[in-house]
Write a protein that binds this ligand. Structure first.
Ligand code: NIG
Ligand code: FE
Length: 424
């Protein structure tokens, strides 16, 4: 993963997925209309012009579609393309040294206060060119795509200065073009205080709100805005200032909330109609109620929980009882979650957080799409949506969360093209 030149060019064009995909089994709850295909019955998916046109029981396939080219599904299990809704995929270098420090007993906060942590990735990211960032991130993206990810969020936040945040966001956009995958970019300028602003947090937040965000938004590089609201990062008042700037530009917000302590960030985020609150190990009952009222998704990040050997579980049962949708993501980043398997995160969400298998599978598809504002296009197999679906060589949907360490997809259809497999 350390070679970073040259930047690959666009892949040779992939075969079209247009035609009738026959003899599929649909994973329960992840296709519309889900009542139309009895569990176990063979289903068909019709793709036309790169979009799903029709999905339903094979026996009800409209006659008009019958003469179309066929892709034989062979009884494989179909899910929507997976959605990784919280990643910091673009950065320079890595932080294996901190892994060793933490194993020797240092906490995440101690590493950060000692000048490591996010700020050390900032140094490496600033030193890298845009091409180098793309080339370093590409194998990481490829690992996620090979497992069936069809939409991914990529945050900035390791540049912490206009030109470097721009470089990260441009790299994220380019990755989407190179790989042919939906990328949603999130501006996380308020991730950490850059060293040159030490002791001048308010000045930095002013810069984020008055210069960085408006400039990057005007360049079309920002789909959403995030803040790390925490004792070691930014206060509630600073977070609100960033949210106001986002709101003024018509951009949706999200929040790294209540990861290490209960800051009341979830209530604030809910007041701004946040798409999601992420981490939330220390989320309060008030935070849950506010998220429910605002329709904010709870994004669970078991990779960071595991890496930090956290013991504070997110309030899963209370979220479930309140009916707050729960998504699950890798939180891929070089410090707290060097994870490149979304299915492993589903497994960990079940094992560590006690999600049910259907919750975990909705968490890496339907609810993850919602956390990105993509609920109308991604996360379900349904007519009218882009053809993003994955065929798995498993008998039961539960196997998708059960196996870990292996479990390649058989066939991947991404953006209407066959990215892996054939089913000819
Ligand atoms: O999501 N919590 C803050 N941000 C990242 C960690 C980033 C890093 O340590 O580089 C997270 O866990
Ligand atoms: Fe994160």
């Amino acid at each position: 993963m350390t070679s970073w030149n040259p930047v690959p060019s666009l892949p040779a064009s992939l075969p079209s997925a247009d035609g009738v995909w026959t003899d599929l089994r649909l994973a329960p709850g992840l296709a519309l209309p889900d009542v139309a295909v009895p569990e176990g019955a063979a289903a068909c998916v019709v793709v036309e012009g790169g979009r799903v046109r029709w999905v339903g029981p094979a026996a009800a396939l409209p006659a008009a579609y019958a003469p179309r080219p066929r892709h034989a599904g062979g009884g494989l299990l179909a899910t929507p393309g997976l959605v990784d809704c919280h990643t910091h995929l673009v950065y320079g270098g890595h932080r294996a040294n901190e892994f060793a420090m933490r194993l020797a007993g240092a906490s995440y906060e101690e590493v950060a206060r000692a000048g490591g942590g996010i700020v050390s990735s900032v140094k490496a990211t600033r030193a890298a060119t845009e091409d180098e960032l793309v080339a370093q991130a590409l194998p990481r993206l490829q690992a996620l795509l090979d497992e069936g990810v069809c939409a991914i969020e990529i945050k900035s936040g390791y540049g912490l200065a206009l030109e470097h945040e721009r470089k990260q966001l441009r790299a994220a956009r380019r990755l989407g073009e190179i790989a042919g995958v939906t990328v949603r970019t999130t501006f996380l300028g308020a991730h950490a205080l850059p060293p040159e602003y030490a002791g001048r947090s308010q000045d930095y937040i002013d810069l984020v709100c008055r210069e960085m965000l408006p400039a990057l938004a005007a360049e079309g590089l920002v789909d959403a805005v995030d803040v790390f609201c925490e004792r070691i990062a930014f206060s509630l008042a600073e977070t609100e200032q960033v949210f106001q700037a986002a709101q003024a530009l018509g951009l949706p917000v999200k929040l790294h909330a209540e990861q290490l302590s209960d800051m009341g960030g979830a209530q604030l985020a809910a007041r701004y109609g946040a798409l999601s609150c992420d981490h939330i190990e220390h989320l309060s009952a008030e935070g849950i109620a506010a998220m429910k009222a605002a329709g904010t998704v709870a994004v669970l990040l078991p990779g960071a929980y595991y890496t930090l050997r956290d013991t504070q579980l997110p309030p899963i049962q209370a979220l479930r009882e309140a009916g707050v949708p729960m998504a699950v993501s890798t939180d891929h980043n070089p410090g707290t979650s060097p994870a490149l398997s979304l299915r492993l995160m589903a497994n960990m969400a079940c094992t560590l957080f006690r999600l049910t298998v259907p919750e975990a599978l909705a968490g890496i598809t339907t609810h993850a799409a919602r956390a990105l504002g993509l609920e109308g296009t991604h996360g379900l197999i349904a007519a009218g949506r882009p053809a993003d679906f994955v065929l798995w060589p498993v008998q039961e949907a539960a196997e998708l969360a059960y196996w870990f360490g292996q479990g390649a997809a058989h066939t991947i259809v991404r953006q209407g093209r066959i990215a892996k497999g054939d089913c000819a």
